[in-house]
Write a new protein. Structure first.
Length: 652
């Protein structure tokens, strides 16, 4: 049984900082205020709301909703409570007349009406605005009508945040109780992170799209990837520049057992995320059990695995890129002894099974296995290690190389050489600025920075990679010298794994995806493209290990180590861009795209019956005919068909 900890003032402050980070996460996801507008228009249109706090309206801080001819009730949930005193509402994008009968804010269970005479004209002479028979009549003379609407006062906003503030207060009571009972800081951090993770899970299930979305349709439309019609060709199919067998087997089982219900797939993916965080907690708490503050920060850094736009509520099949990280964490748990030392004896069968699970799930799997093998070999004290340690290093390095080469050969045989420019985008080499801008953007995004200033991304990349660089050089030099053994070999191994693995992975992604940006693109465009994709997650999953690398370095310093450690910890934990913690808004946005696609499918069901093409790119991204698939899903009584009809019938 773990003995109660002795706390100092720094530990108490750290516990409160972790609680504050949890509260921010709760408010970002549960503290939304919703704008509700009743508007009448004579044709299909799109309404927009801009919520920039400084009234400098930007597309990146806006939401949109489709309008149909006639009456529409537009509901737009703004992220968090951090809006300014006014927002901008554009009822459409046409030269037209719009009639607005009601505007109100919805905060929690309360509704706050906005008097129509308090709504302002944002375009002056470009439009006219008048009250008539209890309606606000807007006559737009160009395609950019703008209304200025006051936001609720802070009293109403705080009342609207009653749920997250109530949960946050309960979390505060827990922290105070845990501190009083001298519960371990790592356990306090795990409980707070667990609260955020459970919320994330329910967002995935309740707010995220229940339908197949974008690449998900490859599993149900005719073709080699089809999993639901009894064929087995998908076992050998290579797609998306990689061979991902592990997740396809898992997806096949889930779709078969659920009668093709993609909500179950999302549930399994989100459950795997919870498994990742739980296993990571075991690894970190074992490695840093003698340093409670260090362990607590490492545990809480798992919050960046819960950032918006990750793998768990967009496309259901996108989590294949996370499987190598999950299997890597499972291998780390095997390598980490209960006393925090590195094991030299373990079950080789279980280790090899994890290698196959990782290496066959995505092309990064081989890289991460190889990185772990190198990290293990550098961290072990070979003068004292038994022969079994050499076997472990050999298995990891060997399987990493073999599985990486297997992926490379399979992809090259079926899709052409990865080194040629014949894939989704042109390959980009390190002599191209796009490579490095994309590379650094992944690290900035992983650490919660969604801005476009490249030096900031470089700083965050340095935070993640510097420990591995310094420790790696020191360990390489130690191989040829008779030096003292490492004081914290497990921290060194974890930091080296994080640095080598994440840098190799980021390089692969930059090589294959930075080409989406044209060669003459501005730096901000390339950076935005890197952060707009979801490849940051495996880097975010390694941040706790990078922090332990910093701890290993700082322990060698004198009195300055506390101050430097606090600065590094704050930089890594601090939310730099709050929308990145707002999973609800992101899930709602994806669900609205899905609903537009479902409406398209419902409108064209008669075409599907008549064997005419049905193309709904809001659902599928690519222009493919889903008519025969809809008919087939209905015949097998699949949940997908019922959800298409249900979501397609929902009003805009």
């Amino acid at each position: 049984m773990t003995e109660p900890q002795t706390y100092n003032l720094g530990h108490v402050v750290l516990a409160l900082v972790l609680w504050l980070l949890t509260t921010i996460f709760l408010i970002c996801n549960l503290g939304h205020i919703q704008l509700v507008v009743d508007v009448v228009t004579d044709a299909a249109d799109t309404a927009h709301v801009y919520y920039s706090r400084n009234a400098q309206w930007k597309e990146t801080e806006s939401l949109s909703a489709k309008l149909t001819p006639g009456h529409n009730e537009v509901r737009l949930g703004l992220p968090g409570l951090l809006t300014g005193n006014v927002i901008r509402f554009d009822p459409g994008r046409r030269v037209a007349t719009y009639r607005i009968s009601s505007v109100r804010w919805r905060c929690s269970s309360a509704e706050i009406p906005v008097p129509l005479d308090q709504i302002g004209n944002g375009r002056g002479d470009a439009m006219s605005l008048a009250l008539s028979a209890g309606e606000l009549v807007l006559i737009a003379r160009d395609d950019n009508p703008e209304l200025v609407i006051p936001t609720p006062g802070w009293g109403a906003r705080i009342a609207g945040a009653s749920w997250p503030l109530g949960i946050a207060f309960a979390a505060f009571v827990f922290v105070a109780f845990a501190l009083r009972r001298r519960v371990g800081l790592a356990r306090i951090a795990a409980a707070l992170l667990g609260l955020c993770a459970v919320l994330y899970f329910f967002v995935c299930i309740s707010v995220g799209t229940p339908l197949p979305f974008a690449d998900d349709w490859r599993y149900v439309v005719p073709g080699p990837f089809n999993l639901i019609d009894g064929g087995w060709k998908w076992l050998g199919v290579v797609g998306n520049d990689t061979y991902f067998l592990t997740n396809q087997v898992l997806d096949f089982l889930v779709l078969k057992l659920s009668n093709v219900d993609f909500l179950w797939m999302r549930g399994v993916a989100a459950a795997l995320l919870l498994l990742q965080l739980a296993v990571q907690y075991r690894v970190v708490s074992r490695a840093a059990q003698a340093s409670p503050a260090i362990a607590a920060v490492a545990v809480m850094l798992g919050i960046w695995s819960l950032a918006a736009g990750a793998y768990w509520y967009g496309t259901a099949i996108a989590y294949q890129q996370a499987l190598p990280s999950i299997f890597g964490t499972l291998m780390l748990m095997q390598l980490m002894a209960h006393d925090g030392s590195i094991r030299s004896r373990l079950s080789m069968g279980l280790l090899i099974a994890c290698c196959f699970g990782s290496g066959l799930s995505y092309i990064s799997g081989g890289i991460l296995i190889l990185s772990l093998g190198i990290a293990y070999a550098l961290a072990v004290d070979w003068r004292r290690a038994p022969r079994s340690a050499m076997h472990i290093a050999g298995v990891l390095v060997g399987f990493g190389v073999v599985l990486l080469m297997l992926q490379f050969i399979l992809v090259s045989n079926q899709q052409g050489s990865l080194l040629e420019h014949n894939h989704h985008s042109a390959s980009v080499y390190p002599n191209d600025k796009r490579f490095w801008l994309f590379f650094f953007a992944l690290y900035g995004r992983a650490l919660g920075y969604n801005g476009f200033w490249a030096p900031a991304d470089m700083l965050y990349a340095a935070l993640a990679l510097m420990p591995a660089t310094i420790l790696g050089v020191q360990r390489l030099r130690a191989l040829f010298r008779d030096t003292e053994p490492e004081r914290y070999p497990a921290w060194t191994m974890l930091a080296l794994y994080a640095g080598i693995g994440s840098a190799s992975y980021a390089a692969i992604v930059s090589f294959g995806r930075a080409g989406f940006a044209p060669a003459d693109s501005a730096a901000t465009v390339i950076t935005a493209m890197g952060k707009g994709r979801f490849h940051f997650w495996p880097i975010a999953a390694m941040l706790p290990y990078a922090w332990l690398g910093w701890a290993a370095l700082l322990h060698r310093l004198g009195a300055a180590r506390v101050a430097i450690g606090a600065i590094v910890g704050v930089l890594m934990l601090l939310p730099k861009s709050l929308p990145l913690l707002d999973n609800v808004s992101r899930a709602r946005e994806l669900r609205e795209y899905m609903r537009e696609g479902a409406r398209c499918a419902v409108v064209h069901l008669a075409d599907a019956e008549a064997h005419r093409p049905v193309v709904c790119t809001d659902l599928t991204s690519a222009p493919i005919d889903i008519g025969p698939t809809l008919v087939h899903l209905r015949e097998i009584k699949s949940r997908v068909y019922a959800d298409v009809v249900l979501e397609g019938a929902a009003p805009p």
